[in-house]
Design a protein around this ligand. Sequence first.
Ligand code: APR
Ligand code: ZN
Ligand code: ZN
Length: 366
Amino acid sequence: MQQVKAVVAKAKGAPVELVTINVPDPGPGEAVVKIQACGVCHTDLHYREGGINDEFPFLLGHEAAGVVEAVGADVTSVAPGDFVILNWRAVCGQCRACKRGDLQYCFATHNATQKMTLEDGTELSPALGIGAFAEKTLVAAGQCTKVDPEARPAAVGLLGCGVMAGLGAAINTGGASRGKSVAVIGCGGVGVAAIAGAALAGSSPIIAVDIDAQKLEAARGMGATHTVDSSQLDPVEEIKRICAETYDGADGADIVVEAVGRPETWKQAFYARDLAGTVVLVGVPTPDMKVPDLPLIDVFGRGGALKSSWYGDCLPDRDFPMLVDLYRQGRLDLDAFVTEEIGIDDVEAAFEKMHHGGVLRSVVVL
Ligand code: APR
Ligand code: ZN
Ligand code: ZN
């Protein structure tokens, strides 16, 4: 066991605290990772606000990169000294989803068996089974994906959650490819990652929609060919118009990614897609939200697919090393997602900045 500094949310709505925690030595199937960088994600804030569950105290942080310090006796997939990105989809290989080949839906993903605790022994709930606003954390070995050690931790750590969610929403869930148009509604960290994914896949046009001009500017930098300020213009009409300019007879986009998580923007996505197009919901709605007044005949009549995307339908061991290599080759600008590097005691300030825009990601660097 060792003691390290970590960011903990002790009670619903209360500011997070930097405290000392106990990290057990890794047992069978586990690894201790020395964290180098961890992005601040909306989900961390949701945990703090009690929006996920009531299992306080939470050890926050879950988009991280670091170096494996120690592994359990039986662990062979990673070794001390390996540079890894932490993931929250360590697939089991045994459940029904895994057995039928849908590994991205695995419903028995691995986390560490032992518990990290506060100094008084109170067990911590690590955010998404990770807990990486900490000098060191204990995870399942399968949560460690080995990648090119030359990569910048603050940039590639973001693949551990939000950036992967967006990239995967466009590529894995939406099936973005050459010859297809993509529109993305909501251009925060997740939305611009979807735009970057569409650009990587060779899609065109790539239409960015947001109500914030600053976000649209960032979207252009990530590969958007067109931008629509939906506080000024009807996004459905604009997406249809832009797609028809490129493809004769197009009546919307082939793939529309909703990266806000609201009924009205999902409805925009629904009507902005072409016949037989795909809608991908990657924004996370709250339980009270409903889609009102959607004629069932429109669902039937437009064909295609209405999908949701959890963690970008990623398989970490397949996707992280490839995306890090593309980053190292200059084909995927992960640095552009890092708005600021902050200290481990600045997480609360980073939560505050989320409400003001202008920040794609604040990244804690240790
Ligand atoms: N129409 C278009 N864009 C909107 C609208 C709207 N009505 N309302 C908000 N937006 C834009 C915001 O201006 C912002 O650019 O959506 C973007 C949301 O970005 P962030 O708040 O940075 O959130 P992000 O981290 O990108 O996550 C987006 O995905 O993973 C989920 O929980 C996450 O639901 C959230 C979504
Ligand atoms: Zn499984
Ligand atoms: Zn996250």
